[in-house]
Design a protein around this ligand. Sequence first.
Ligand SMILES: Nc1ccn([C@H]2C[C@H](O)[C@@H](COP(=O)(O)O)O2)c(=O)n1
Ligand SMILES: [Zn+2]
Length: 213
Amino acid sequence: MTSNGFKSKSSPPQLTPLINCKRQAYLHWEDYFMATAVLSAQRSKDPVTQVGAVIVNEDNRIVAIGYNGFPSRCEDDEFPWYKASEIEDLLEEDQQLDPMNDKKMFVVHAEANAILNKNCANLKGTRIFTTLFPCNECAKLIVQSGITKVYYISDKYAEKPIYRASRLMFARAGIECIPYVPRQKKIVIDFERILNEDAANLNLSQEMANVKL
Ligand SMILES: Nc1ccn([C@H]2C[C@H](O)[C@@H](COP(=O)(O)O)O2)c(=O)n1
Ligand SMILES: [Zn+2]
């Protein structure tokens, strides 16, 4: 107690752990974000290319997520999941290729969906983790949203003019494009193992309770 009757400010208690028992195999931030993008891609119904994208702010918080798919209320079974060129062989001689019969007319790309799904006021200073390098249309949205870094896994369409246009815009806008190199090469989600472990733990605690009785 001080002379004026108030409690003196004491320093906070110090912790001195005897051993450091922190788990070492935890996921690092960037693997966590890219793995989330890969998981999100699994929601896509595109039979050829499934893309996932995650947008992350400066505090490492995920502020947006998306995958490629048709717009809301445009039913997955009513719109084509193929390219017009892919069904050319199926046409009768008198039939014309219909450009409307092409997924590219309707699919919202993963990056665009993520930007549209953002749960914050704006995306200035954020990073996007995408499983496929962005096309020119998504690149425009990325630049305009204020995203500053693009991490990507696949660049399988790099030689196409659309993707060259993206690179040009990113370069001019000062957006860094980083091919993603994972620290952890494999991340497995094994629900079966988790459920089995839970069941085993339950059995063990029941056995221990029986021993005590
Ligand atoms: N950065 C990208 C590039 C493409 N997509 C979507 C658009 C299509 O659904 C699919 C590409 O199909 P493919 O031409 O490989 O048959 O991926 C995207 O979401 N983001
Ligand atoms: Zn795109």
